[in-house]
Design a protein around this ligand. Structure first.
Ligand SMILES: C[S@@+](CC[C@H](N)C(=O)[O-])C[C@H]1O[C@@H](n2cnc3c(N)ncnc32)[C@H](O)[C@@H]1O
Length: 347
């Protein structure tokens, strides 16, 4: 049996208050031996457990999750907890960034405004802040991509659906790839948003480019990882990209952007512009209409079922996208692949 330590000595070793050890015990994380006078005793073997608990606390994991991790340390459970924690941290970073931007706006308006006017500026900025945070937090995967992941590649091959949206799937992915690498150096970094099962990303990977895929569906990412073990993947959403400002030379995305409604698209564009380096480019391959007139013209020719399939998602009007990107000083070129599928290149 190794050396025995009392609470005070253990607290001393780990430089933590003794109360913390009692708290972890109360929460079921530890179960030290009780000796004379009911004093607690710890052995060196217990130190590994304490070290593990402190490491998880340093990563901000809630005590309840730590208990579950210690009770069930299989790979999937550990990964699950880390994913949850990582998501919480990413959400916080976004929230704090929004708050910081808002505070800066308010301070600028106080400096620039007169004594009577600045309250209105504060109200406006805080309303905008609420709106952004609500939009970010309210996006939900109402299509359940997790449940589609294992069948996705087969369904694409069979081109399921009334609209035959996948008949030119490979042509679109090839076109997006070729457009993205035009004038690109091997060292440039590419982000594929809504990476799905990795078919677009793999085109870059195969040619030695540095590509990162991001997706909100863990199951889609699992399929991608099984197909392409070397592909770098991150869990994340369009509206909360888990990357720093100015991280990528090029952003690509296929068959994904239409899962954002118009309001969400504006924020999605803002997010893409945030993580894109200055002078970077964006290539979007997706279902779209030229404008409201051509949407109406197409609806007039389509069956009720086809229209329902379109209306289950949010196809963009290219005219709206063009305007949104122009606000960031970008130029938008458009190439039509077929009736509903377009490639939009932003540079
Ligand atoms: C139809 S699949 C397309 C997959 C792949 N890009 C391709 O072309 O085959 C759409 C993918 O976008 C992802 N996605 C949808 N909305 C998203 C969002 N808001 N943020 C991140 N990923 C999203 C889905 O999880 C899914 O993997």
């Amino acid at each position: 049996m190794s050396k025995k330590y009392n609470v005070k000595e253990v607290a001393e070793v780990f430089k933590i208050p003794a109360n913390k050890l009692r708290f972890y015990e109360k929460k079921g994380l530890m179960n030290p031996e009780r000796g004379e006078n009911n004093y607690r005793y710890y052995y060196e073997e217990d130190f590994i457990r304490i070290q593990t608990i402190l490491m998880y606390r340093a990563l901000n994991l809630p005590v309840e999750n730590i208990k579950d991790l210690l009770d069930n340390a299989d790979k999937d459970n550990v990964l699950d907890h880390f994913y949850k924690q990582w998501e919480a941290v990413n959400n916080n970073i976004h929230r704090m960034r929004d708050v910081k931007n808002s505070l800066e706006q308010i301070m600028d308006s106080i400096y620039e405004g007169n004594n009577d006017g600045f309250v209105a500026g504060i109200i406006k900025s805080s309303q905008e802040l609420n709106h952004i945070q609500e939009t970010r937090d309210n996006w939900k995967d109402k299509w359940n991509f997790d449940s589609w992941a294992k069948r996705y590649d087969k369904d694409v091959n069979k081109d399921i659906g009334k609209l035959k949206l996948y008949k030119n799937y490979d042509e679109l992915l090839d076109s997006v790839y070729l457009k993205a690498v035009e004038g690109m150096g091997q060292a440039d970094s590419i982000l594929d948003i809504g990476v799905g099962t990795g078919n677009l990303s793999n085109r870059f990977l195969e040619k030695g480019y540095s590509v990162t895929g991001v997706d909100q569906s863990r199951e889609m990412m699992n399929v991608a990882k099984n197909k392409y073990p070397k592909l770098k993947l991150r869990l994340g959403e369009f509206l909360k990209l888990p990357f720093d400002n100015d991280s990528f030379d090029c952003i690509v995305t296929t068959y994904a952007f239409h899962h954002l409604n118009d309001e969400e698209k504006k924020l999605g564009i803002k997010e893409m512009m945030r993580v894109l380096k200055e002078d970077g480019s964006i290539v979007i391959g997706d279902m779209m209409f030229e404008d409201e007139d051509s949407r109406r013209e197409i609806f007039d020719r389509y069956t009720k079922e086809q229209i329902e399939e379109i209306e289950d998602e949010y196809y963009s009007n290219i005219s709206v996208l063009r305007e949104a990107f122009q606000k960031y000083g970008k130029i938008v070129d458009v190439q039509r692949i077929d009736e509903l599928i377009y490639m939009v290149c932003v540079h």
